[in-house]
Design a protein around this ligand. Structure first.
Ligand code: PEP
Ligand code: MG
Length: 599
């Protein structure tokens, strides 16, 4: 065959393959034959019954709840045989599902709806879940919105048990299958044995979903939210899943397969390299040690933080406590969670931030007492809200104080804009401590350190005044950039202006670092900037020694740190701070990175 014939064939092959884009949520490459998982929609009809049957329908629902709880417990026992980090992740997740079925808003709501409207239980579950989803969605918070998925999954389990439709498993699959589905629940995913399943793709689902978390824990390449996936694919089609790029290729030509096999091998090599890095210290070439910590949104992510070598939790976003509930979490509940985190970190520091709620993220029980803000980003939120509503702050401080007995816990305050706010919290902390002491509750010998987020430009400019009241600083670059440059961080239309290298942002960061270092006070960065290897030389060169980030970014940031020379980075940071042009700043930084990587 002539060369031009060969390339024509290759072109035809390339034309026949279908490339679809989605969200790459778990990195890696899978190549295998498609297994189409059964559709996720369950047929539910609506019916009403006479008053005399209310009790019978409520019992039918209670039975479905009991069966679901039994299934989840069984699943949990089964999951304990999975690889270590996956077992823990899934264990936490199934615990969350168990909690959603134990006297939760969902269960109470459905039960009351059946009694009130005499509607059949499966339809009552659907309506209740839609209402919960709506109230979450109205909070316009990506993190909380993603939690809706968990509630839907639990709802589907209830409906399945009400209509008595059994679950299917993947145990009969041949080696290296690729699962394609419209949607997969985390529990479905937990059943995937990496020995048999190479990866998966779905039409629905988000990056923050538990399905994504479980996929990462199992090391299964996964792409979610692929529009039209099942229209383009049939059972036993050859499929490539690229979980790094978020691509699914159906019917790949031989050339594409060869290309992706090479990428799969390269990924495996890099993964082995990063795995080795997890155990190595984050130390520069000239011997300066850097502390790399993890940001955590859900307790379920704790094993991931440990597996990636986190030296502490630099930011625990306690808003997760509002997941699926319409009452305020009690002190005891919060204590149980904070204490589990502190104990789980085995002596490494845990920094818990008080609720960063407000604006659209208003807690339901408080919403009646708070006027609709004209400008949520500048309104009654975060520490301002906590200080006005002690029902929020006091139980949280109590829980933190108690958990501080179980290991090193630090308290972090969001959106601080003046020193008075820190003083008020300190007074509240002392008052709560006295109250607990009177009740005979065990307390730590000294009150936990009280730190503030530097995420408002005024806080950075007045950092010296705040440093006089605070015990540590954590720079929140996400909000600092938003407020400094007047760019809504969630508005895509102005995303092109969101620039961490804007000289105004860098000067504010420098200001805060200088104020902290004059007092010898610890300071870290916990915004997204900390998790990007590109910014590491600049942040370190400016004097930072502690970075907190999404746990998955730790190995890559560590790798960059280990390639750096601190003396050179400091010199380069000084040169950068002399510049006023963003493009020039970016060029100086990128040149430095290229040079460091070439060593
Ligand atoms: C920040 O603003 O940088 C930060 C870490 O907090 P959040 O992203 O939760 O607002
Ligand atoms: Mg913030």
């Amino acid at each position: 065959m002539r060369i031009d014939e060969l390339s024509t064939l290759a072109d035809q092959g390339a034309a026949a393959e279908r490339r679809l884009k989605g969200l790459g949520v778990s990195p890696g490459i899978a190549i295998g034959l498609a297994h189409i998982a059964e559709g996720g929609d369950l047929p539910v009809r609506e019916s009403h019954f006479p008053e005399t049957e209310i009790d019978a329908e409520r019992s039918r629902f209670a039975e479905a709840v009991a069966v679901s709880l039994r299934q989840l417990r069984k699943l949990k026992a089964k999951a304990s045989g999975l690889p270590e980090s996956a077992a823990e992740e899934i264990g936490y997740l199934l615990d969350a599902h168990l909690a959603m079925l134990s006297n939760s808003r969902l269960v109470r709501g459905v039960d009351q709806r059946i009694a009130r409207t005499r509607i059949n239980a499966e339809r009552a579950v659907e309506i209740e879940i839609d209402e919960i989803a709506e109230s979450f969605a109205s909070m316009r918070d990506a993190y909380l919105a993603a939690r809706i998925e968990d509630i839907r999954v639990v709802g589907k389990r209830l409906i399945r048990n009400l209509i008595k439709k059994p679950y299917v498993t993947y145990s009969g699959l041949g080696e290296g299958a690729v699962i394609l589905a419209d949607e997969l629940s985390p529990a479905d995913t937990a059943l995937m044995d990496p020995q048999h399943v190479a990866g998966f793709a779905t039409e629905f689902g988000g990056v923050q979903s538990h399905t994504a978390i479980v996929a990462r824990a199992l090391g299964l390449p996964a792409v979610l939210a692929v529009p039209g996936l099942l229209e383009h694919a049939a059972a036993d089609d050859r499929v490539v899943i690229d979980g790094t790029e978020g691509t699914v290729i159906i019917g790949p030509c031989p050339q594409t397969i060869a290309e992706y096999q090479a990428r799969r091998d390269a990924f495996a090599r890099e993964w082995r390299h990063l795995a080795r890095l997890r155990k190595l210290p984050a130390v520069t070439r000239d011997g300066v040690e850097i502390t790399l910590e993890a940001n955590l949104e859900l307790p379920v992510e704790l094993p991931q933080a440990l597996a990636n070598g986190a030296m502490g939790l630099g930011l625990v976003r306690s808003e997760f406590l509002y997941m699926n509930r319409d009452d305020l979490p009690s002190e005891d509940e919060q204590y149980a969670i904070f204490s589990a985190l502190v104990r789980g970190m085995e002596g490494r520091p845990v920094t818990v931030r008080t609720f960063d709620l407000g604006g659209e993220k208003i807690a339901r029980p408080l919403s009646e007492h708070i006027a609709e803000p004209a400008n949520p980003a500048l309104g009654l939120r975060a520490i301002r809200l906590s200080l006005q509503h002690r029902r929020l702050l006091d139980p949280q401080l109590g829980a933190m104080l108690r958990a501080a007995c179980d290991g090193p816990l630090r308290i972090l305050l969001p959106m601080i804009s003046n020193a008075g706010e820190i003083r008020q919290v300190r007074e509240a902390l002392e008052r709560v401590a006295r109250r607990l002491k009177r009740r005979g509750v065990r307390l730590p010998q000294a009150l936990p350190p009280l730190g503030v987020m530097i995420e408002v430009p005024g806080a950075a400019l007045a950092a010296d005044a705040l440093a006089a009241e605070a015990d540590f600083f954590a720079i929140g670059t996400n909000d600092l950039i938003q407020y400094t440059l007047a760019i809504d961080r969630s508005d895509e239309q102005v995303a092109y202006l969101y620039n961490p290298l804007h000289p105004a942002v860098l000067r504010l960061i420098q200001f805060a670092i200088e104020a902290a270092s004059r007092r010898g006070m610890p300071i870290s960065v916990c915004g997204e900037m900390a998790g990007e290897p590109r910014f590491a030389p600049l942040l370190l060169g400016l004097g930072l020694r502690n970075l907190s980030m999404n746990p998955r970014n730790i190995p890559r940031v560590k790798q960059r740190i280990r390639s750096l020379d601190m003396v050179a980075a400091t010199r380069r940071a000084r040169a950068i701070m002399d510049q006023s042009d963003t493009a020039r700043i970016a060029a100086l930084l990128d040149d430095f990175n290229t040079l460091a990587l070439s060593h």
